[in-house]
Design a protein around this ligand. Sequence first.
Ligand code: PEP
Length: 250
Amino acid sequence: MRKHIVAGNWKMNTTVADGVNLAKEVVAAASEVPSSVKLIIAPPFTHLVPVAEVVKGSVVGLSAQNCADKVSGAYTGEVSVDMLVSASCEYTILGHSERRQYYGETDAKLVEKVKLAIAAGLSPIFCVGENLEEREAGRHFDVVAEQVKNVLYTLSAEEMAKVIVAYEPVWAIGTGKTATAEQAQEIHACIRKVLADKFGALADDITILYGGSCKPSNAKELFACPDIDGGLIGGAALKASDFIAIAKSF
Ligand code: PEP
């Protein structure tokens, strides 16, 4: 049985103090969420150590939003997977469309990052998704399948078992436009089929999250779809009550 997960991507928002308070609110309300749903929060790097103290001993998991594609050394400004583990992270988001689009993150770099993260004991939350032009040209299935193959097909089955996939159509991120449950389900099913072509039955155990303007009002319909196992939440994760309401939508 695959896990249900609701993960909050805080992006470049909140000060350390605000982030610690938000984490406290999430931890305080986590008991309202069914125990079958795993909650994860992904604050900025600067917040990880104090937020780790807040989530310690709770059901809330800690994720980073990125990691370096190198182990250690002279890479100014980068944060390694070992640093993340030493800050008590269990997960890291990788390949978010904002990193692909604004920071030139390529599939080749993502292969390095995903492998390093897994080797360090982290579970990558690996993001894929088409942009508006690709969707309008009817190329969304091909684009997403390529993103999955280019990175995840380089993994062994043992490595793949550690990966959480997030389908995030770029046109739905932060725009208020959500993919319909039907649009999301058909891509999720496609991702699972692409994974099954390489990894067989393991594909049934891989958690695939939907991300893109997911909020309390649409989460129920999305999470009711057979291949949607939860959400990667941006804007709505900055308000604990919305984040928890989304997680209660299962
Ligand atoms: C995201 O960027 O991961 C995301 C899903 O953002 P939003 O929910 O704000 O669209």
